[in-house]
Each structure stands twice: as structure tokens, then as C-alpha cells.
Ligand binder design. Structure first.
Ligand SMILES: [Fe+2]
Ligand SMILES: [Fe+2]
Length: 290
């Protein structure tokens, strides 16, 4: 299998340092005002980017907390986690500016999202946190990629979505690396214990597509079926290609969106290390690969 290859931590650290060198020079061009079709479209956009903001905030905090613990046994991996968290911090800054630009603000989380993030924040085992994070990154990359095709077309919106798609796509194989390294140090049955969580999260994230459609569809125009199927496909592909985790997607769940395991075996550019290397070069945007 050529996808999600195992590369040394030094490889990821080098890419993150390259990315950091360019990161803060990249700015959003928010000069052209957005004309909304109606208030509903604007409200949906504010909700869409609020969800993105919460994901960034959570990724940033978890990465830095784990980095502190990991520093005791693998300083190089800890530095990699820190730089990864910094990228999420940078996204959070961009989204904060972007939110003001679209006439919104950072809002308190709703009850469902709030409960979910509270539970996630309480997770203690590193492998649980990284697996959850990896799955969030995967659905983030998937949602942004789809939204780039169908969301309201405006240069600033495209730029924001392009940055997020490019970077979250890079974060997926990076988190696969984190999970592998963390599992090497974990208790022998750790991987076994992750299995129910993987299945539960896959189902919960697919169900979350329904809730997000109620809130964000007037902005991103992604139909529920398309989003739920894309989540199942990419969350499944990820682990079909990283066979060492033994986390194959449920046949039953795939069938609910008309997919079979064999559909997930082909090359997946979103998750490959090659795609990650391309994403390390911030001058190459992912839009051309769509
Ligand atoms: Fe991010
Ligand atoms: Fe990310």
C-alpha cells in the first residue's frame, strides 16, 4: 500500500518548519465586500465558520497538551506536535478576522457540540485524543474540499476555504504519524480499545452531517447524502490504507450510504504522504487538484 506511508518524525518536522517559514506571510485578502443573497445565507456562513473555529481551538489545545507530556520521552515528536498546534492557532487567528469580515462573531457552542467537545476535552489517553483528532481532521478536510466546489463563490471565501482544505489535508497524514508513534508507547491492548471508539465516532460524525445541514447548507449547498457519504468514504479509506491499525470501516455503515469496502481501496490523493508534501509548499493550492 503506498498511501499513509510511515515516515520518520524528522520528515514531518522538516515539513512543518518549511510551512512555518511561510505561514505568517500569508494574509487573507478581505478587501472585496460580500454581497449576501439573503440574511439566511449570511447566517449559515457564520455558523459554518463558527464550527471551523471550534475545531481549530480544540486541535490547538489538545496538541499542545500532549506535546508537554510527549516531551518527556520524545522531544522531536513533541516539537512536531507543538508546530502542528501552532498551525491550528494560526487558523484560529485567520478565522477570527474572517468572522468579523463576514459580519459574525465567535459564538458559544450549542448544547450538542458543547457536550461533545467537553467529553473530548476530558479524554486522557493520548491515543484516544489523537484518534479523535485525526477523524476530525479528516471530516474537516472533506467538508472544506466539498464546500470549495459548491459554497458561495467569492474570492475571500475561496481563499479561506482553500487555506483550510490545504492545511487540514496535510494534518491528516501527520496525525496518522502521531497515532502510530503514540501507540508504540501505549499499553499492548490500546489499539484494541480504540476500535469501538472508531466505529462510534464514524457513526456520530455521519449523523452530525444532518445537524450541520440544518445550520450551514444555505451557505455551502452540500446535500446531506453527499456529505454523509463523503465522511464514510474518507474515514473508511483512511484506515483501509493504514492497515496496521486494523480499523476497517463497518460494512453495515458503509452500506447505508451505498459504499462497499472495495470502493475504498483505490489511491486517495487526500490522504497520501505525497499530497502532504505538496501541501507543505504553501504556494501550491489544492484547488487545482479538485
Ligand atoms: Fe486547522
Ligand atoms: Fe488541522
Amino acid at each position: 500500500m503506498t498511501v499513509v506511508n510511515d515516515r520518520p518524525t524528522s520528515f514531518w518536522l522538516r515539513l512543518l518548519k518549511q510551512r512555518r517559514a511561510r505561514m505568517y506571510d500569508e494574509h487573507l485578502d478581505l478587501s472585496a465586500p460580500i454581497e449576501w443573497k439573503d440574511p439566511e445565507e449570511q447566517e449559515a456562513a457564520i455558523r459554518f465558520f463558527n464550527a471551523a473555529f471550534r475545531a481549530e481551538e480544540s486541535g490547538l489545545r489538545q496538541a499542545h497538551e500532549i506535546a508537554d507530556d510527549v516531551a518527556k520521552w520524545d522531544p522531536e515528536l513533541a516539537e512536531t506536535l507543538t508546530l502542528y498546534g501552532d498551525e491550528e492557532g494560526w487558523h484560529r487567528e485567520l478565522l477570527t478576522k474572517f468572522m468579523t469580515y463576514i459580519g459574525g462573531d465567535i459564538r458559544p457552542m450549542g448544547p450538542t457540540t458543547g457536550t461533545f467537545y467537553k467529553l473530548y476535552a476530558k479524554a486522557e489517553r493520548h491515543e484516544t485524543i489523537i484518534l479523535t483528532n485525526l477523524m476530525f481532521e479528516t471530516i474537516g478536510a472533506t467538508t472544506y474540499r466539498l464546500a470549495l466546489r459548491t459554497a458561495k463563490s467569492h474570492p475571500a471565501i475561496r481563499q479561506m476555504l482553500t487555506i483550510l482544505t490545504r492545511d487540514e489535508s496535510f494534518h491528516v497524514p501527520l496525525n496518522v504519524h502521531f497515532l502510530r508513534r503514540i501507540l508504540e508507547r501505549a499499553e499492548p491492548n490500546a489499539l484494541h480499545r480504540l476500535r469501538p471508539l472508531y466505529h462510534l465516532l464514524t457513526a456520530a460524525l455521519m449523523a452530525s452531517a444532518a445537524a450541520s445541514r440544518r445550520r450551514a447548507k444555505p451557505f455551502d449547498h452540500i446535500p446531506f447524502k453527499t456529505l454523509a457519504r463523503a465522511y464514510a468514504e474518507h474515514l473508511g479509506r483512511l484506515f483501509m490504507h493504514a492497515e496496521d491499525f486494523g480499523l476497517a470501516p463497518s460494512r453495515l455503515l458503509l452500506a447505508t450510504v451505498g459504499l462497499r469496502r472495495s470502493d475504498l481501496l483505490g489511491e486517495d490523493d487526500v490522504l497520501s504522504v505525497q499530497a502532504a508534501e505538496r501541501a507543505a509548499d504553501r504556494t501550491q493550492v489544492v484547488v487545482s487538484a479538485l
